[in-house]
Design a protein around this ligand. Structure first.
Ligand SMILES: [Zn+2]
Length: 566
């Protein structure tokens, strides 16, 4: 009896002492962020004012008074009312391609082949005779004559250099004659499986190569050296930090690129985290399936535990595999660029080695094949194994009956809201009025219980995640067209969109324990915005700026303060 009493007394004294201790003693933090609107996206959707960071992790989240009273930090940052989000995670993008885009000839927004030819001619002056001129970003849908161009105009612009210009979606290239000569392409060259060579009336290749046919040209373009890769990666990584992106799921990495990432990380020159997704079968996959997954290299900066596969092409170049023919191209049902047998064998290998599969599928036929194969392979798995969280990248056009299968099998839909608002001008022409209802079908997927991993697919779209945020909640373009949104019933709410680019994207990389919300114990990956994007009128989302980007407690980007000249 006395013992029990003593025990109770001891507990009471201990609690009192602990309370005394925490209310009177400062705890040390590395950084204190105060006076913010902090969207934690925790279970209760708490909105806080302040964050204490210690080392690379969040130590506490709460009110200004609460944190200032209890935490003493080396650095105190007054957010002056700015909004804090969990660091934006881009769930699908291509860092090296973005770096090359920043480095190479930029053709995004060009309005005619003539304009492009002038840019090529200008650009060629910086290059020696015979050097490759690489460009990216053209889209014939933006031209008066919405047809694929031909080589002649490029022959005249750069007679002494091979020229290779990638279409905006990366699924077609436009080249000049010198490039075709290097690749030894002539009238006798056959269309490869899963690819198409456009030809003139005489059957001669006219300069545009689609999907697998692009390899005929790529095979003669010299590979980038590690130094060239490093220059490009750094350009893109810096750009990501500037737009508040704290992690990218980098689709299609190879060993060489992974090595450069590791060097940058070792030298503390990689500002953001990388979730590297191996670019299909080949040397990199062989390396990793022997060595096993690589999780959290360099203190959580780089993870490689997923493989990217492809089933079809893209809608813009009519390479997406559809069940029925294209509405604007009778007889064409698009292309599957892998056999079902090979695709299934790759999925099986990935399952056995514990790798996540991320498969590109755009058309309803493409998505259906992937869901079927995932079903087959995943059903062989013993039920006590954790969900491998296999993903479909894009999941753009779905059979109505396939929508619910995502949640049922735990398949994640990795989608890019800006694709809808970039494609909306011509997508219905390709698909017709019925299929379009299940295209970019975010609402249907979320309502059916699916998790959407949000991304941008840069450089196909811009890096800025706020453009994706805006597109997701409006389904309108940056001019506000159409006013009520294109097939607006498929919109996401602001909260869902926020989760797409934070917690759900973290889940898509098995990282929700460490990222995706602002909670004590999680990594201090934060994005500070100039406006409250959860509340402001939608158009203002587009003019919202990133004030600061924090990765693992380090400020990796801070907007330059414009000083007033008196
Ligand atoms: Zn992509």
């Amino acid at each position: 009896m006395t013992q029990k009493l003593l025990g109770t007394l001891f507990v009471i004294v201990a609690i009192a002492m602990f309370y005394y201790f925490i209310t009177t003693t400062y705890r040390e933090a590395t950084m204190l962020l105060i006076n913010g609107t902090v969207y934690t996206f925790d279970q209760q959707n708490t909105v806080a004012q302040a964050i204490a960071i210690r080392g690379n992790r969040i130590q506490a989240v709460g009110s200004n008074e609460g944190l200032v009273q209890h935490y003493q930090a080396d650095t105190v940052i007054d957010l002056q009312g700015n909004t804090v989000f969990p660091g934006f995670i881009d769930g699908h993008a291509h860092i090296l391609s973005e770096g090359s885009r920043l480095h190479d000839l930029d053709l995004v927004g060009t309005t005619s082949p003539q304009q492009i030819a002038r840019l090529v001619q200008e650009h060629a002056k910086q290059f020696g005779r015979g050097q490759w001129i690489i460009g990216r970003g053209w889209d014939q849908n933006d031209w008066d004559v919405k047809e694929f161009p031909t080589h002649e105009i490029l022959d005249r612009a750069a007679p002494d250099n091979p020229v290779l210009l990638k279409r905006i979606d990366g699924h077609a290239v436009w080249v000049n004659k010198q490039a075709m000569e290097r690749a030894k392409i002539g009238s006798g060259t056959q269309d490869p499986a899963g690819g198409k060579i456009y030809r003139d009336v005489n059957g001669l290749p006219s300069g545009v190569f689609v999907d697998n046919a692009m390899d005929l040209i790529y095979s003669v373009v010299p590979e980038l050296t590690e130094e060239e890769i490093e220059t490009r990666l750094k350009l893109a990584l810096e750009e990501c930090a500037k737009f508040g992106v704290t992690e990218v799921h980098d689709m299609g990495v190879d060993l060489k690129t992974i090595n450069v990432y590791k060097k940058l990380i070792d030298r503390d020159e990689c500002p953001i985290r990388i979730y590297g997704v191996i670019g299909g079968p080949g040397e990199t996959w062989d390396h990793y399936r022997n060595q096993g997954r690589e999780i959290g290299y360099g203190g959580g900066m780089l993870t490689v535990r997923a493989i990217k596969l492809f089933i079809d092409g893209a809608l813009g170049s009519r390479g997406a595999a559809l069940v029925e023919e294209y509405s604007d191209d009778p007889g064409n049902r698009g292309l599957t660029i892998d056999s079902e047998e090979h695709f299934e064998a790759m999925c099986q290998q990935a399952l056995e080695k514990g790798f996540q599969v991320c498969t590109h599928a755009i058309g309803d036929r493409g998505n259906n094949i992937v869901l079927n194969v995932y079903d087959t392979v995943l059903s062989r798995r013993s039920s006590n194994v954790e969900s491998p969280r296999w993903r479909i990248e894009h999941a753009q056009v779905l059979l109505p009956s396939d929508v619910s299968r995502f949640a049922q099998r735990g398949v994640l839909a990795s989608m890019q809201p800006t694709h809808a608002t970039s494609d909306m001008y011509w997508a219905e022409a390709r698909l017709g009025p019925e299929r379009i209802k299940y295209a970019y079908a975010w609402r249907s997927l979320i309502d059916a219980g699916a998790i959407i991993v949000g991304g941008s697919d840069f450089p196909v779209e811009g890096v800025n995640p706020l453009w994706g945020f805006y597109a997701a909640v409006t389904r309108s373009d940056k001019n506000g067209y159409p006013q009520d949104g294109w097939y607006f019933e498929q919109k996401m709410t602001r909260e869902e969109t926020a989760r797409c680019f934070t917690r759900w994207a973290a889940y898509g990389g098995f990282e929700e324990e460490n990222k995706g919300t602002i909670e004590p114990g999680k990594l201090a990956d934060l994005t500070v915005l100039s406006k409250d994007i959860m509340k402001i009128p939608v158009m203002e989302i587009l003019s919202t700026e990133v004030e600061m980007t924090i990765v693992g407690g380090n400020i990796v980007y801070q907007k330059a303060v414009t000083t007033q000249v008196p």
